[in-house]
Design a protein around this ligand. Structure first.
Ligand SMILES: *Cc1c(COP(=O)(O)O)cnc(C)c1O
Length: 400
């Protein structure tokens, strides 16, 4: 394995501090490295592989599609895209779909939609977007421009401009920055990367009312918190408010790179038209066959019930750990998107967990993020907490 890692370090650009492991295959909620060592996976490729590895129906659907056609062009129709758009409308309650290749591209599309919507009203080209501190929306220039982490942006300035930052769940910080130029208010329903901060119902409702009053688009980024992770198909669906535009990706294709931005009929009718936006791959038959099967399997395997049940169990077991260890400040999150906030960097704990066959990931330096496949069971939660407890104890021992 080490030889391959050395090869990788010679060829790949060093944009990640990678863990010293080469994963070779997956099965259910377990990963295997090249030496055959087994790992319990509480990351699922960062909230992607919701259905677990080697779901037979999912794999078969992709193989069947590969043998028919993998790619055409968006200048033609294809059946998987038609079916995927219909299913996505059903699960989201939105009206119009544009398929992308990634989450960041879905954000780009949402930004362009908001700017065009505002442009059509007054012909101006200086509209503003309010985004949130601690947000994460992706690494392309537009997505980076609305990402509330100055550290990610600095070397790449200038950003796209006319972006303001407010605080999630602090409605006044949003309202006080709204002007006649504001075209959109954008946030993650549950902030992922930035530290697992869920939006409150009050904040959601207040922003919705403000957007209605001023004809501003409410854009929700559901790339990480969507697709069932919080116990509803999309996290905003719990709140009795609906966005004007939303983004989805990560678990949408369960491993096949695909995303989408969706909008209401009203926004669709007053924003992007032919010639305004496009993509070569977005919504190709292979990607859309994946979406169709994913949505079908979510229903068939009753994934949401499992998230609600196992998510509550995970939260209670993490609460036990938080009570047990002084170094854990807080547990927060919804469903199977949980975080444990430590009073110190968590890198050492995560490395130890890897050694013991448990894959975990951080969110920021001090938070361990739990984003397992959505099919995990209580026994897996128990297996995870047992290993994690040992790792925390070991690091505590070293502190003394
Ligand atoms: C991962 C993520 C993105 C970016 O998606 P990519 O597919 O990596 O471009 C955007 N927003 C949120 C909330 C994410 O978690």
């Amino acid at each position: 394995m080490q030889a391959y890692i050395d090869e990788a370090e010679k060829a790949l650009l060093h944009t990640y501090n990678r863990y010293q492991v080469v994963f070779d295959k997956g099965e259910g909620v377990y990963l295997y490295d090249m030496d055959g060592k087994r790992y319990l996976d509480f990351v699922s490729g960062i909230a992607v592989f919701a259905l677990g590895y080697q779901n037979k129906e999912y794999n078969d659907a992709l193989k069947t599609q590969i043998d028919k056609i993998i790619h055409t062009s968006n200048y033609y129709y294809n059946l998987p895209a038609i079916e995927a758009a219909k299913k996505l409308k059903e699960i989201s309650g939105m009206d119009r779909v544009f398929f992308t290749n990634s989450g960041a591209e879905a954000i780009e599309g949402a930004i362009k939609t908001a700017r065009k919507y505002a442009y059509l009203k007054d012909g101006a080209t200086d509209h503003e977007i309010i985004a949130m501190n601690h947000s994460f929306h992706g690494r392309t220039m537009g997505a980076l421009s609305v990402t509330g982490n100055p550290h990610y942006r600095e070397a790449f300035e200038p950003m796209i401009g006319h972006i303001k930052f407010a605080d999630l769940n602090d409605f006044d910080s949003v309202a006080s920055q709204v002007t006649d130029k504001t075209c959109a208010i954008l946030f993650e329903t549950v902030q992922g990367e930035g530290g697992i901060y869920p939006a409150t119902e009050e904040f959601m409702r207040s922003v919705r009312a403000l957007c209605d009053e001023r004809d501003i688009l409410m854009i929700l980024d559901e790339i990480q918190c969507g697709m069932g992770r919080t116990g509803s198909m999309y996290a905003w669906q719990k709140f009795g408010v609906k966005p004007d535009v939303m983004t989805t990706a990560k678990a949408l294709g369960c491993g096949v790179p695909v995303g989408a931005f969706l909008m209401t009929e009203k926004v669709g009718a007053h924003s992007l038209v032919a010639g305004d936006h496009g993509t070569t791959y977005g919504g190709n038959p292979l990607a859309c066959a994946a979406i169709c099967k994913v949505i079908e399997l979510f229903e068939k395997e009753d994934v949401l019930s499992n998230v609600n049940k196992t998510g509550a169990y995970l939260a209670s077991r993490l609460d036990e750990l938080a009570a047990e260890f002084a170094c854990i400040r807080q547990r927060r999150g919804v469903g199977l998107l949980q975080g444990l906030v430590f009073d110190r960097p968590v890198g050492d704990i995560i490395k130890r967990a890897m050694d013991k066959g448990l894959v975990l990931i951080n969110a920021g330096t001090d938070i361990i993020r739990f984003v397992p496949p959505l099919i995990i069971k209580e026994e897996h939660v128990d297996e995870m907490t047992a290993i994690l407890r040992t790792c925390i104890r070991e690091t505590e021992g070293e502190q003394q």
